[in-house]
Structures are given as C-alpha cells and as structure tokens.
Design a protein around this ligand. Structure first.
Ligand SMILES: [Zn+2]
Length: 896
C-alpha cells in the first residue's frame, strides 16, 4: 500500500554529506542498548522517580500506527524528563493472555504459548526500530508463570479480604467464543466486543470481585485526578452511576384486602412521586415471582419469563425498544395513600440492579408512561410545573421538577422538599428509608477458556472453595491440552490436572478450571515494573512506593472505563492491604487520538476500495464500475484498506522522520490524518538540519570542550556586555531563547508536541542565515541548543549530530557523554528583550508592509517613521495623507 503514493521517490542516498537515517539509526539503537542508556537508575532512599508508561500491548505480532503513536508520545515524555535531570522508569511489557492465542491454537494447531512468545519477539524487534528509550530489563509478560504467579497471589489477597466470592449468576454468554463476558465487554447492541456475536443469557457459578465495595471511593477520588481528561472522569462517574433515592416497602395484599405479610421493596430516585404510583413492576427473575403469581396467570408469566431469558440486557433496557410485561395476578398497597395496585413483571426491570423492583409512575417517568399507555394502566398526575395548574400535564410524562398535588399532606411542596419529607415520613412510619444506589456491579472475572491465569482455588465437597496455599503458587497452566474450540474450557477436560487433594482435609478434590479475565492481569502490571524480578512478593513496598503513582500514563480512550477503573480498584485494595501507599495509580493520563488513513468507499455498493486500485487520487473511481468514490479519513484498519505499515515508513524515511511526523501532525489527544506529503516534509526538515550542521562544520564551528555551553556563553557576555551585542548575535540569541522558552512551555502541562516541532523548524530557519556572521560562541550556543531540543523528538539524528559537532569530547563513555545525558537548556530572559519591534504599515486600512522601529518610540516618532518609509512613498505617491491613525506598538494607518 505504501508503494502506491503520488509523491516522487526520493533520490538515492549515497552522498555521505546527506542525511541517511538507514546508515545511523540501527547503530545508535545498538550502542544505546550496549551502554545501558535506558536502564532505570537506582533511586536514593526516599527519592521519587519519574514514571512514564504506555499501556502495554496485546502481542498480536504486528505493530500498527496506533501503537507507534502511543509509544512515541510516551518516549518523548520520558526523554524530556531525563534531560531535565529526573531519574526515569520507562518500561514495556505484554498483555499476553487472551483469546487470539487460543484461537490460533484451534485454527492452526500451534501451542498458544509458543505462538505468543514468537509474536512478542517480533513486536519487540519492531519496537526497537522506533528508537524508544525503554528499559527492556523490566519487561513483563502476563502469560509467563513468574508473572501470573503473582496475579494468583493477588487474587488470594482479594479472597482473604472477602473481596472475591462465587455465586450463581446470569451471565453474558458468547456463543461464538463459548465464554462468559463481563458487562463491559458487551456493546450497546448486545454484541460481544471481540467476536461480534449476539450475546445470550446463561446461569453459571462464577467468581466475582467486589468492586462495589469501592464504588464510593472510586467516585470520590475522581475529583482529585486533575491530570486526567475531563471526558474520562465523566465516563467513569457515569459508569459508577451513583444515585440517591429511597427504598420503599409495598405490602402484598390478599384478594380480601388483608396483608399476606410479604413485602416488595422498590428503589426509586423519585420518592416525591409515590402518590402517583399506579402499579409495581418486578424483574421476571425476582425471587417472589413464582410464589406471588396467581394460578390463572401462571402460564402467561412462565412464557414471558422464558422469552425475556433469551433477551440481552441491552435489548431489555434500550430506550428505543418497546417495553413488554404481564400482570402476575397479585396486588400491593401503596404505603403512602393505601391504594391497591397490580403487580406486573416487565423486561425493562433487571434483577441485579437496585432491588429488582420499581414502582410505576406513568405521569412522571417516560418509560412508565409508555408502558402504562400500552397496557392501559391508570395515569395519576401528582406534580405540576411551579406557577402552573394541574392541566399542564399532557401527552408525555412530566419529568421535571415542580410542585406536588394529589399528595395529601405533602401538597404544595416542591419536588426537592417533597423527596426529603416523604423519605422522612417513610422512615418514621416504617415503610422506607433513604438509600444510595450505584449502577456499578461486581466484576465477573471467571472465563471458561484455557489461555488465561488459572484461578488458584481447589473445590472440595467438604470444605468448599479452598485457596491454593501461597507456597504452592503458581498454579501452572498445563501445556499438554487438546483444543477443540467447543464447550467447556480445555482445562476442565484435563483430569490429570483437575484431580488434586484438598489442601484442607486431604480428601480428593478438584481444581477450579476457570481462568481469570485478562483485565485482572493488566490491573497491576504497572506495579510489577517497579520490582520485576522480585520472587518473594509481587513487588517490594519500597520499590513500589518510590516509583508509583505513574507520573504520566498514555493510552487509548477505549480503556476509559474497563482497564482504568479496574486498575484504580486494585490500587485501592492493595493500599488497604498495606502492600503500597498510593490510592490512585496514575497521576496524569493522556488518551491519544486515533491514526486515520485516507479511505476510499463506493457510496453505492458500500464497498471499501484499496488505494492501490484507485488510478487517479484526484478523481477516485471504482476500478470495476467506474463510479465516483467517496474519499475520507477513518481509523486505520485492515478491512478498510487504509492502513500504513510502520515498518515500511521506517525503511523508507527512518524512525526519526516517522516520530517527527506523528508528533507534528496533530496535538497528541486529537485524531491524526496520515499524509504522505507531510511525512516527506518532516524528512526534508531533518535533512535541512543535517545540512545546517554540515555547513557549520565547514566553517570550523564545534561544540568540543564545552563550546556554546551556558558557562561559555556567560563568559563571553561578561566581556561584550549583554546589551552590546552585534545585531546578528542579538537576533540569533533571541531566536535560540525564544525557542527554548516556547518548547519548554509546550512540554509542560498539556503536551503540545506539534507546536514544539514548529518551534524547532522556526529556530533552524532563523539560524541558517545568522550563523555565518555570528560570534562563534553564540553560533555554538545556537547549535548546541538546537541539537539538545531536537533530542527527545529525533533521538538518532540528534545523537549523530552531537557526535559530528564534537559534543562528546571530554566524556568517556556514551553513557555519560550522549546527547541524551545532557541538560535541558534554560531560557535567558535578557536574550528575549527586543530593541526594535515590527510596526505594521497600513494604507487606507490595508496592510502594505512593516518596519522595524525602536521599541520605545512615541506616537509622533512612529508617525514620522511611517511617513518617511518607502511603503508610504510608494502608495501615497508623494501626497500627504488626509488622516494618520497610530496604534503604538502595533500599526500606523495612513489614509490618503
Ligand atoms: Zn477439604
């Protein structure tokens, strides 16, 4: 695909004075590795390091542009922090359990472990070509037993804390992958996030983690995450979904009006509307449904329950789907006004949300309104808009605030006051209480798959679920299994592995054959990097506390809820277990935008057309039918033929150009549109820098022996005086220090790498004409600064230019003398002061040119300078203007 492009092929590079990335990049990568340049430095006791982290990839075997963007952003952050003198941890690893390896085993008969390790090796080679400053000594792979041993150990911590439990649960069953999915893995259409299959409902005994115990803390602590995108915090808050309301008791009533003694508890966020309740709805799975259903209704109720059991949760709750239900032939008494109301079951009420029962208030809830209209249930208005009368309610439900009517002693209260008053009355009279409700539910972690971390539990008929003793960890995944891709986990079919003695009573027992959700493995990997070879614990307390929390985390927005919420949960639980100190794992989060490729689509057939089949990019047409094609940018994907292979870009232009393009093309959090011309533009920019340095070398400029360093510049300024510089020197220094100030600012707070690269381009453009005439001290200062500022972005080129310029003289090894061991420069405020400022000259309001004028010139002087200028003589042709408008510091407008 890369072969198909409109831009001219670059000339062959054989001239040593030309920039040839292929000739330098691999050498520097090897040298950095050999000299341990990216090794994580030891921290002094109590010292805090800087932790830069990319979300680790699934080892699919292929690096795509989305990966490249993610890792390059993190790499720049890590490199800048090193230049600023921080000790940096910048690790990488592999989220290596999961379905694709198992699918490969089923389809091609390869061992999932072997397949995964091959992919890791291949991706590692691709990553190395990018020049990332990763400490590979800290690499982890979640599928290796020296890692998953500790995932199991941590599971047992949750178990011991009462935060891991088993229960029979209705689960999302993926009929293609034959496995259970978490709610988060089912999309809005009720399809599996991975296989795309329509998810079914099944009952299975499953392991859960009690994330709901931390719902309030997970919500509260979002406020402190100021370094996170607002969007991600909002998504998490919505997912946790806290609502305040009331639990109200409705007594079940016999046909003769007497109480049966049974109660139905509903949860509502609108206790103020209780006088408007006209029916109660239970989830079809509610425990009371079988006993309360009347004989005449039994068949209808059973048929309905059967129907609902086959529906996905998304179908049941989707706003645009009609709601269905049946009465069960029983009734309750409204505790507020004594009215008798029928009990229904309906698909839109879910058993495990709230109490599995709601009161129907059709006048003030749109869903209830539609349901009541469909089944001809009564509608009783109890709230009117403030200052209105009771006829304001028409058509749909009135869901806004207002004033109560038909509500007995609560009439006239506002909805806000009525919520409190009715809840208080319910509490006093024993028919309800205030209640906080969360949308978040416990995290289902059981998977009926092979390629995952075994749950370290032994099931004994006498003792129940017994944890595997920690000294017996890891529970190794057996490697001699048969893959059919059907039915239960291959582990369940492996009797030699399953049968084991109970650690408690010694009787024959069976291993748990479920494996863990891979999100378990990725919920703590960032902790392991702090102490990756520890074989006594998942991580030592000192190590984890000196590196955590992660200072800058970079990854995709698709992890806004799943991975980021689970990792926060893990961190809080481990803090409460005294295993670490921080309560939040990631101080700053950057969610990088997508990489989009140019995409061709036939709007008539809906088919995507590979760019290689599009003859004329300016008039794209379907190669078969000749119909005009739509052209647009969309996230790169195989199915749309719009991907660009990172390896081919690197082969052609080098990693530094690929990095520069990705950083320059868009701010990191925005989507990026791939553009071949801009890639070439960045290559040419690096080539210009190369030539700039070559020309300087020809003139005898050097950075040897500290030339151009801050100390050398200070010494030179002491002699000439900072206010007394020649114009070329002053201009050069101004350009240099403007760039330092601007780029330093771009790298603080929100990373604006795109404008930082622009500033580098401005600096090199400003330097080119000034270097020849400048004092060699200031010329050296400019060269030194340019190369250091370039280093985080184009690390290979910067290292090569540093060597060519003699910058490494005096240092003994690469480890001490590398460009990447230098210090980030400080902007010199005195160099930024201008003696002159540009003054725009307008003729009759139109800009016709500009003048350099003294910065402190007064109005009269500016007018005089403008009238004397060539611009005035050209446009006024010798006549005096009728009017002159002067805006000091900005412009003079001459009106003829
Ligand atoms: Zn036992």
């Amino acid at each position: 695909m890369w072969e198909h492009q409109r831009h001219a092929v670059l000339p062959a590079v054989s001239d040593p004075s030309r920039y040839q990335p292929q000739a330098i990049e691999a050498n520097w990568q090897r040298a950095w590795q050999e000299h341990g340049l990216h090794d994580t430095p030891e921290l002094e006791p109590g010292e805090q390091g800087f932790y830069a982290l990319s979300m680790f990839p699934y080892p699919s075997g292929n690096l795509h542009m989305g990966h490249v963007r993610n890792y390059v952003i993190t790499d720049v952050v890590a490199r800048v922090q090193r230049l600023r003198g921080r000790k940096v941890l910048h690790p990488m690893g592999w989220d290596a359990f999961g379905l694709p390896a198992e699918n490969a085993a089923i389809e091609r008969g390869v061992d999932p472990g072997v397949w995964t390790d091959q992919n890791i090796a291949s991706m590692r080679r691709q990553l190395d070509q990018l020049g990332l400053s990763i400490d590979w000594q800290r690499e982890v792979a979640t599928c290796h037993s020296d890692y998953y041993r500790w995932t199991q150990w941590l599971f047992l911590q949750f178990f011991e804390a009462g935060l891991a439990y088993r229960k029979e649960a209705t689960v999302n069953w993926d009929p293609i992958d034959q496995t259970v999915l978490a709610n988060e893995q089912v999309d809005g259409d009720g399809r599996s996030w991975r296989s795309g299959a329509l998810v079914e409902k099944r009952k299975l005994r499953q392991w859960f983690l009690k994330i709901t115990d931390y719902a309030q803390a997970l919500l509260d602590d979002l406020d402190g995450l100021e370094g996170w995108p607002e969007r991600v915090r909002t998504m998490q808050a919505n997912w946790i979904g806290r609502s305040t309301g009331a639990e109200l008791q409705f007594a079940v009533v016999n046909d003769d009006g007497t109480d049966t003694g049974e109660q139905i508890t509903v949860f509502t966020t609108r206790p103020d509307t209780i006088f408007g309740a006209t029916y109660v709805v239970l989830a079809p799975e509610h425990a009371l449904v079988p006993s309360l259903t009347s004989a005449p209704q039994r068949l209808a109720v059973e048929a309905f329950c059967d129907l609902v059991s086959r529906q996905s949760e998304q179908d049941r709750t989707a706003e645009d789907k009609p709601k269905r239900g049946v009465p069960i032939g029983a009734q309750v008494r409204n505790p507020a006004n004594g009215a008798l109301m029928p009990i229904w079951i309906a698909d839109y009420v879910l058993a495990d949300y709230g109490t599995g029962a709601v009161m129907g208030v059709p006048a003030h809830d749109q869903r209830d309104f539609l349901f009541a209209r469909q089944y001809e249930l009564p509608v009783q208005q109890v709230i009117i808009p403030e200052g209105s009368d009771e006829h304001a309610f028409e058509g749909g439900a009135w869901t806004e605030a207002g004033v109560l009517i038909h509500s007995g002693r609560f009439d006239g209260l506002t909805t806000t006051k009525a919520k409190a008053a009715i809840t208080a009355a319910a509490e006093a009279e024993g028919w309800g209480r205030e209640r906080v409700q969360f949308r978040l539910r416990d995290w289902l972690i059981s998977r009926q798959r092979y390629w995952g971390c075994p749950i370290p539990v032994i099931n004994c008929d006498s003792c129940g679920a017994v944890p595997v003793p920690t000294e017996q960890l890891p529970v190794e995944l057996p490697r001699d299994v048969a893959f059919t891709g059907k039915g239960a986990s291959p582990l369940a079919q492996l009797e030699s592995w399953v049968q084991v003695a109970c650690p408690c009573c010694g009787k024959p027992a069976r291993r748990e054959t479920d494996t863990m959700d891979t999100f378990m493995c990725s919920s703590w990997y960032f902790l392991r990097y702090s102490d990756p070879t520890n074989n006594q614990l998942p991580f030592g307390r000192d190590a984890v506390d000196s590196w955590l929390p992660v200072d800058q985390y970079v990854g995709g927005i698709e992890h806004a809820i799943l991975h980021l919420l689970y990792s926060r949960f893990f961190t809080k639980v481990l803090r409460d277990r005294q295993l670490l100190s921080c309560g939040e794992p990631f101080t700053k989060l950057l969610t990088q935008g997508m990489v989009q490729g140019v995409t061709y689509k036939n709007p008539h057939t809906g088919k995507y057309i590979p760019p290689s089949e599009v003859a004329d990019a300016d008039d794209p047409r379907d190669p078969v039918s000749g119909e005009p094609l739509e052209t647009f940018f969309e996230k790169m994907s195989k199915s749309k033929y719009n991907g660009v292979d990172p390896a081919q870009v690197i082969d052609r232009y080098g990693a530094d150009t690929a990095r520069m393009f990705i950083l320059f093309k868009a701010p990191p959090e925005k989507d990026l549109e791939w553009d071949d011309a801009d890639v070439e533009g960045q290559f040419r920019f690096l080539q210009r820098i190369w030539r700039l340095v070559d020309t300087a070398l020809e003139r005898g400029l050097t950075l040897a022996d500290g030339a151009g360093s801050a100390a050398a510049v200070r010494a030179a300024l002491a002699v000439t005086g900072a206010d007394n510089l020649a114009p070329a020197d002053a201009d050069l220094r101004r350009a240099v220090h403007t760039a330092i100030a601007a780029i330093s600012e771009d790298l603080d707070g929100d990373y604006q790498f795109n404008t930082a690269v622009s500033e580098l381009m401005k600096l090199s453009n400003a330097m080119a004409p000034l270097l020849a005439d400048a004092n060699p001290v200031f010329a050296a200062e400019a060269l030194r600064t340019l190369v250091v500022l370039l280093a985080p972005f184009a690390p290979h080129l910067a290292e090569e230019l540093w060597l060519k310029l003699g910058g490494r003289s005096g240092g003994d090894t690469l480890n001490t003398s590398s460009i990447h061991r230098q210090r980030w420069p400080e902007a010199d405020a005195t160099a930024l002061v201008r003696d002159t400022v540009p003054l725009v000259i307008q003729i009759k309001g139109k800009v016709r040119g500009s003048l350099e004028v003294p910065a402190d010139a007064d109005k009269a002087t500016l007018e005089q300078l403008a009238l004397q200028s060539e611009i005035a003589s050209k446009w006024l042709e010798g006549k005096a203007p009728s009017r002159v408008i002067v805006v000091p510091g900005k412009l003079v407008n001459l009106v003829p």
